[in-house]
Write a protein that binds this ligand. Sequence first.
Ligand code: AMP
Length: 299
Amino acid sequence: MSVLVVGSAALDSVKTPLGEVTDALGGSAIFFSAAASFFAPVRLVAVVGNDFPLQDLEFLKARGVDVRGLEVADGKTFRWSGVYHLDMNNRDTLSTELNVFESFKPKLPPEYRDTPFVFLANIHPELQLEVLNQVNNPRLVMLDTMNLWIDIELPALKKVLAKTDGVILNDQEARQLTGESNLILAARGVCKMGPKMVVVKKGEHGAFMISGDDFFAVPAYPLELLFDPTGAGDSFAGGLVGYIASCNEFTPAVMRRAMVCGSVVASFAVEKFSVDRLRDLTREEIESRYARFREITGF
Ligand code: AMP
């Protein structure tokens, strides 16, 4: 089953203790597509400027990502830059240049409107609502957001949350959204806003999920060399939603395996800058790390 993603396409400049890159391929929709495409066909909606190196998307097309929804607008591509320090769980945003992203109005090609799985990556909640108005009865709608929208667009965010089946947040966002310091209570508080499934990511400490009556926790893969955490969250979401779409069912067992698939793909994404590791990643490597997860969590 296909997955629709609407989010950012960016040129990222990132500095970590291990190096730096300038204007590298990034953005939530790009990381998500690169990850989800290992599991299901992906349909991408985003905007770039006419300075964007479209040839960099060839690897996505080769993996079945439909880019007919990528708009090339007159102007410069969205640029984000950030720096990570020794504790790579936290980053400082150095600059955000919205450029063509500022006037982005997602328009779904008619062929995308019946996509059964929808991922609303981190964009303005009003735009997320506009996307939902353009899809016909999706089977699953999942959402990501960020602290900025919790701060300045809470009513719109609550409106879109009420229309989603699942949400993926990091620990700080879950606390900020609910005012609860205890993360389990925070996740339950988010469930009360609408979604049946809430995933809370905790960086190098893994992630947990509350889905209906089920609770499941997964560690982060014990990586010894973390190169660049940018896009880990979107890659996690891509693995998770892509896997659910490949199964086309929502049993607790599928949801749990989806959490592991998200963790596996995210663990690869951080091994190189930008989408470089997801570009050369193979299905066999995913399967082998999936098996390793079974070993490290079994007792
Ligand atoms: P993650 O590390 O998973 O949170 O996502 C990082 C990606 O989010 C980067 O590639 C950025 O280009 C993108 N990004 C950063 N800020 C924003 C924003 N305000 N809106 C949309 N995308 C953003």
